[in-house]
Design a protein. Structure first.
Length: 354
């Protein structure tokens, strides 16, 4: 159960926020009959991979709707963001820019070290969109977070160089993981609760992939504010230290403050499982690739080895270890990213090996 009055408060306040129309919502929820029978749990899928508005949707569209609401009001022309070379967020940002006739500038960290001489998947689509792309190579003894910070600093400098005024540009953090971007998944949680009610469901657990933390922060903010018994499990896709829980809680709290809701979340409110990262971000794991195959062979659903594959690996482990109540309702949130199936072999790993 949950507090219906608080759900209504959230919905009213969310509806008062500036928002661009980028996606096709609500994204569908339906039952995965074959996997449900296999594991004796009612497994439902929420298809944010179908969120639009281009062929390649995904969870970032929800965040970008709120970010672009502010961008359009500000009148910014140059939109900067950063991520890995195969960043779903960077691609969706470029798509949103073209929708509103803005200039996308992407600072992309070459995590896998293969450059862009033979572009595939997202980096190819970025180029087709005509985005301005700046590749950030790793320096000696530098990790992905240090490289990402350097990308941020370089983008700030370039933004100031090409803009006549500060209002001419807008910097979007990786994954759209800002308080305003996080509102996209506060709103998504409310959307899901309406679908749950309309279909007479009672979700006990949600599983999804967490990276930069905005999706998890939004879902958790709404979940805790409403005092919902449903557990939101973020399956981590990259190595992070213990401060990640605090960062997500702070992001949740800051998003609610934008709605003039004074409700503080703590790290204990955030559920993150770090056991399915494998060797690291954009590095394939046997468990994730097994999960990709299980979804494809049993349901005809495509996942990717970077995000949803690792999240599904976590969920499948919980099911196989019988950590979830038999016969209960479970939701897997498909956050998109299947473009990665067309990426470099370094990212795909042994997906087709028998």
């Amino acid at each position: 159960m949950y507090n219906l009055e608080k759900l209504q408060i959230l919905k009213r306040k969310i509806n008062n926020q500036k928002k661009a129309e980028l996606g096709f919502f609500p994204s569908p929820i339906y039952k995965l009959d074959n996997l449900s029978a296999k594991y004796d749990v009612n497994i439902y899928l929420k298809r944010d991979d179908l969120s639009g508005f281009s062929t390649f949707g995904g969870n970032k569209i929800r965040k970008l709707e709120f970010l672009f609401g502010e961008i359009l009001e500000q009148g910014a022309k140059h939109i900067f963001t950063y991520g890995a070379t195969q960043s779903n967020h960077a691609l969706q940002t470029a798509v949103a820019c073209r929708r509103y006739n803005l200039n996308p500038i992407l600072y992309l960290v070459d995590v896998i070290g293969e450059g862009i001489s033979d572009p595939k998947a997202n980096i190819l689509l970025d180029q087709i969109l005509g985005a301005e792309i700046k590749i950030i190579d790793f320096k000696e003894d530098e990790d992905e977070f240090a490289a990402m910070y350097r990308a941020k600093e370089e983008s700030k400098k370039y933004a100031q160089e090409i803009s006549e005024a500060e209002a001419d540009y807008y910097l979007i953090p990786p994954g759209g993981a800002s308080p305003r971007g996080t509102l996209g998944f506060v709103n998504a949680y409310l959307e899901m609760k309406v679908q749950e009610f309309e279909n007479d469901l009672n979700f006990k657990n949600i599983f999804h992939a967490t990276g930069t933390g905005g999706t998890l922060a939004g879902l958790t903010a709404a979940n805790r504010f409403m005092n919902d018994e449903l557990k939101v499990h973020g399956i981590n896709v990259s190595h992070k230290d213990d401060s990640y829980l605090d960062e997500v809680a702070e992001l949740s709290t800051a998003a609610l403050k934008l709605l003039n809701i004074d409700f503080n979340l703590a790290s204990s409110d955030v559920i993150v499982d770090n056991n399915f990262v494998g060797e690291g971000y954009e590095i394939p794991s046997a468990e994730a690739n097994r999960a990709v195959k299980i979804f494809a062979e049993n349901e005809g659903i495509f996942l990717d080895p970077v995000y949803t594959g690792k999240a599904a690996a976590g969920m499948i482990n919980y099911l196989e270890q019988e950590k979830l109540e038999k016969g209960s309702d479970l939701l897997f949130w498909h956050t998109g990213g299947t473009n990665a199936l067309f990426a470099e072999k370094t990212i795909l790993g042994d997906l087709l090996d028998k």
